[in-house]
Design a protein around this ligand. Structure first.
Ligand SMILES: NC(=O)c1ccc[n+]([C@@H]2O[C@H](COP(=O)([O-])OP(=O)(O)OC[C@H]3O[C@@H](n4cnc5c(N)ncnc54)[C@H](O)[C@@H]3O)[C@@H](O)[C@H]2O)c1
Length: 320
């Protein structure tokens, strides 16, 4: 069974939300070396404080991963064995800047497909998104659910997955695709392009109204970020997970309205809720089938939503 022990590891998007939690998790694995590559489109150095303190040899490269030559140089110089590719421009940016977002997501995935084909490293663990499925055509949504992306971001993520799988089939690269549903937890970006949980918590803290787009009955499958980091390591460690796309989610459906009420209860808030028209490309329903992850890596999310939200709220309170 492969493990990360003794490996030289690179995490793209490591200064971002999920990437920084994955970095914190990887440093427990007796790795030989660890590098982060991030262009700081959204990430912050603060997200890497814990890792820098606990793994002082962590190297951070400020670099855009669409630049194949520069990434090739880093892979060579650092003798990288394993790449976790998490860097991506977020969904909301794709509504304003579709060409930039799509080019960036597709080209950055091509960087690692090509460099793995040329054997510059051994294994690629590539991050997909449940957004590739579009809105649920059936539930729970397994990995065979059709890909009907609703936004340019989702289409680019789907294209990136197809590219990785095509390189697996054509060039036999050693790769797996992790497909998380909606992540939440400490460090999720609360500035531009923020997702629903950071916005709701922040609005309550700042005594601003909570805005719900649409009727609030749209559903998501929320998963705590550290559970995703654990699952990602387990996927690397499991040879049967290679060449596969694997859903990672709680396997529970929560409406946006229920989510907002849970946060309001946790924060003892009496904040006003304001409804606005549904946002372009917002999927109606997401609810994951996680039986493949259960079968392959014995996946069992360990954080229930209330517990995870309490920790998340505390983090935002302390970081205002
Ligand atoms: N957050 C979620 O709910 C969620 C759900 C499913 C999948 N994902 C996927 O997980 C991954 C991480 O998402 P996140 O929520 O942590 O996002 P994030 O924006 O917090 O992190 C992404 C990081 O990548 C960096 N980045 C973006 N483009 C880059 C580029 N071309 N070169 C170098 N760095 C670049 C950003 O600066 C940022 O630090 C993404 O691939 C995303 O599609 C996220």
């Amino acid at each position: 069974m492969p493990t990360l022990k003794g490996k030289r590891v690179l995490v793209t998007g490591g200064a971002g939300f999920i990437g920084s939690h994955l970095v914190d998790r990887i440093i427990k694995e007796q790795i030989r070396s660890l590098c982060v590559v991030d262009n700081y489109f959204l990430g912050t150095n603060d997200n890497l404080n814990f890792a820098s303190q606990n793994f002082p040899s962590l190297k951070i490269f400020k670099q855009d991963i669409t630049n194949v030559e520069k990434i090739q140089t880093i892979l060579r110089k650092e003798n990288i064995d394993v790449v976790f590719n998490l860097a991506a421009i977020p969904l909301l940016t794709s509504l304003e800047k579709p060409v930039f977002t799509v080019n960036s997501i597709i080209n950055s995935s091509m960087t690692f497909c090509e460099l793995l084909r040329k054997k510059l490293f051994e294994t690629l663990i590539h991050f997909s998104s449940s957004e590739v499925y579009g809105t649920a055509q059936y539930v729970p949504m397994d990995e065979k659910h059709p890909m009907e992306p609703c936004t340019p971001y989702a289409a680019a993520k789907a294209a990136a997955d197809h590219l990785v799988l095509s390189y697996v089939k054509t060039f036999n690269i050693d790769a797996s695709i992790v497909r998380p549903f909606n992540n939440y937890g400490p460090r999720q970006n609360k500035g531009d392009y923020a997702a629903i949980i950071p916005i709701v918590v922040q609005n309550i803290l700042l005594k601003k109204p909570i805005i719900i787009y649409g009727d609030g009955r749209q559903t998501r499958d929320f998963i705590f970020v550290r559970d995703v980091a654990d699952a990602t390591i387990a996927i690397y460690n499991e040879p049967r997970a290679r060449r596969k796309q694997i859903n990672i989610a709680a396997g529970k459906e929560t409406s946006v309205l229920d989510l907002v009420h849970t946060i309001v209860d946790i924060m003892h808030a009496d904040t006003k809720i304001v409804y606005k028209p549904a946002r372009q490309g917002d999927v109606r329903r997401h609810f994951a089938d996680i039986s493949l992850a259960k079968k392959l890596i014995n996946f069992q999310p360990s954080t229930d939503i209330e517990q995870g939200l309490r920790e998340t709220v505390e983090w935002y309170k302390n970081s205002l």
